[in-house]
Design a binder for this molecule. Structure first.
Ligand code: SF4
Ligand code: SF4
Length: 113
């Protein structure tokens, strides 16, 4: 089971976790980042560097945050606003660069105070 970036990342999105990921599977949206679940190797390297504790192993994800696991997956399998195809598994976030959009759920969240 992959690691999950929860909505706590919204409007922080400092990319500290991206630097730690050995398989380059953390992709940058507009307001938060998202882990590609089929690329994640569950190494846990990203978790301790997050300044807001937004990252969980799917096994340890509290039940009330399950929606974040679904939303994280949706970022890759659904067609994001302004795009004409799902992002899928594009082979590395550095090669892909910032995606620049979020899932509709994340985009609709109020700004972090
Ligand atoms: S658990 Fe490891 S492979 Fe998965 S996103 Fe974090 S750093 Fe990358
Ligand atoms: S380290 Fe935390 S706040 Fe920064 S981008 Fe990753 S999940 Fe978001």
């Amino acid at each position: 089971m992959a690691y999950v970036i929860t909505a706590t990342c919204v409007d922080v999105n400092d990319m500290a976790c991206v630097e730690e990921c050995p398989v380059d599977c953390i992709y940058e949206g507009a307001r938060k980042s998202y882990i590609q679940p089929s690329q994640c190797i569950n190494c846990a390297a990203c978790q301790p560097v997050c300044p807001v504790d937004a990252i969980y192993s799917a096994r340890q994800l509290p039940e009330h945050l399950a929606v974040d696991q679904q939303d994280n997956r949706a970022f890759f399998v659904e067609v994001l606003p302004g795009r004409d195809a799902p992002l899928g598994s594009p082979g590395g976030s550095r090669r892909t660069g910032p995606v620049g959009v979020d899932t509709p759920r994340i985009a609709a969240l109020p700004a972090r105070p």
